[in-house]
Design a protein around this ligand. Structure first.
Ligand SMILES: C[S@@+](CC[C@H](N)C(=O)[O-])C[C@H]1O[C@@H](n2cnc3c(N)ncnc32)[C@H](O)[C@@H]1O
Length: 387
């Protein structure tokens, strides 16, 4: 996701909604008052009815003031999906499959763009487009938007044992809960969420419902040693790694293209990146405090692409390539598409590739079942060697 220029700032202070506060209280009670951050993040985003992705707020859109919170590439410009379709079509043809699987389909914008482009002569269409999303609220929006494509589109809430086809996921990995690790005076701790104060009778929630942090010593470690003696806050991504391992085990034929913001391990765990990457997004503003306005804003962490690539490889997939979003889209022919687009559309699409917007910050990782091959998206500027 990206923000409008100048939109960095704190969200207004707020305590969780009543429903969310009750859910967090119950979870804290089950965990003796200390909730590991990944479990807190899972509730804040996905708790039925109250989590950010479980209720009906608008979320995606590129206009501040429209009730949306952030913009993603397919929301910014249809040229994103139309260009990605070139890669999807090539991967379908290469693997001899005719199904697309999209994880975390948001408003359905990318599905609409891909389906439209694949039907419009980029290879004769797909037999089936399957959406896997944790959010029931978003599924309803997707159903409405994708109605013109009829039965071709289906939704599943669990992965089948065997997948054949091309998998896409835009900004899905960054929405998966992370664990927070905090090195304090040389000792590693796991960071959890507690009530900031207990009421006098004990057991109750602090009067204002405020939440706070508590670090506890842990045997967990980042995947690489962090140089220096300084205090250091970071994340590890067991859930994203487990997800990609499951995908790898089930992808019997085909390829996967995962697009998100993040870095290779050496950059992710650079000694200078000592504040971690957790960010919240609401009304096109970002802040770094997930403990306020819980359920009303998105919580994300950058992706450790080395960890994702290793988890995929360990589970049997081949890394096809890794590069910036700009390089990937230009390799897939975004340039001529932009030249042919009306001026206003061209300006929005330029943000997909601009170095200071999504172009460099976002990366694409390509994975395949079976032998390596050379996808068009990584034809120039493949950076797999940096993983
Ligand atoms: C930041 S949104 C991105 C939406 C959309 N892809 C876009 O680019 O506009 C993250 C999406 O990922 C979904 N999600 C998170 N974890 C998931 C998982 N394990 N499986 C499927 N969807 C997931 C969320 O429900 C949400 O729809």
């Amino acid at each position: 996701m990206t923000l409008e220029p100048g939109a960095q700032g704190a969200t207004p202070d707020a305590t969780p909604s009543d429903a969310m506060a009750r859910i967090i209280d119950a979870a804290l009670a089950r965990h003796d008052g200390w909730l590991p951050f990944d479990q807190f993040m899972a509730l804040a985003l996905y708790a039925p009815g109250a989590g950010y992705y479980a209720h009906g707020s608008r979320k995606f859109g590129h206009l501040p003031g429209s009730g949306s919170d952030f913009v993603t590439a397919p929301e910014l410009s249809p040229l994103f999906g139309q260009t990605l379709a070139v890669q999807v079509q090539e991967a379908l043809a290469h693997s001899g499959t005719d199904e697309v699987w999209e994880f975390g389909a948001g408003s359905g914008a990318l599905a609409e763009q891909l389906l439209g482009a694949l039907e419009d002569g980029q290879g004769g269409g797909v037999a089936r487009y399957t959406i896997v999303d944790l959010s029931g609220a978003l599924r309803e929006r997707q159903r409405e938007r994708l109605a013109p494509f009829g039965d071709k589109v289906r939704w599943v809430s669990e992965l089948p044992q065997r997948i054949e086809g091309v998998v896409v996921g835009n900004e899905v990995l960054d929405a998966m809960p992370v664990k927070l690790l905090h090195r304090v005076k040389g000792v590693w701790h796991e960071r959890g969420v507690v009530r900031a104060g207990h009421d006098a009778r004990g057991g109750g929630r602090a009067a204002d419902g405020a939440l706070g942090w508590e670090d506890r010593p842990t045997d967990l470690r980042p995947p690489v040693d962090i140089g220096g003696p300084h205090d250091y806050l970071t994340e590890i991504h067991p859930q994203a790694r487990a997800w990609v391992a499951t995908l790898a085990e089930r992808l019997a034929r085909g390829a996967a293209f995962l697009i998100d913001y993040g870095f290779p391990e050496s950059e992710y765990y650079h000694p200078q990146r000592h504040m971690g990457t957790v960010m919240c997004h609401q009304a096109h503003r970002s802040d770094s405090n997930p403990l306020v306005a819980v359920g009303d804003k998105d919580i994300t962490a950058h992706v450790d692409f080395t960890g994702i690539a290793l988890a995929a490889q360990d589970a049997g997939l081949t890394v096809l390539g890794y590069t910036s979003q700009a390089r990937f889209l230009l390799n897939c022919g975004l340039g001529p598409r932009m030249d042919a687009a009306p001026l206003a559309e061209r300006a929005l699409a330029a943000r997909l590739v601009h170095e200071h917007e999504m172009g460099e910050f976002f990366k694409v990782l390509g994975l395949a079942a079976g032998e390596p091959w050379e996808p068009v998206g990584f034809a120039h500027g493949d950076r797999s060697h940096t993983l």
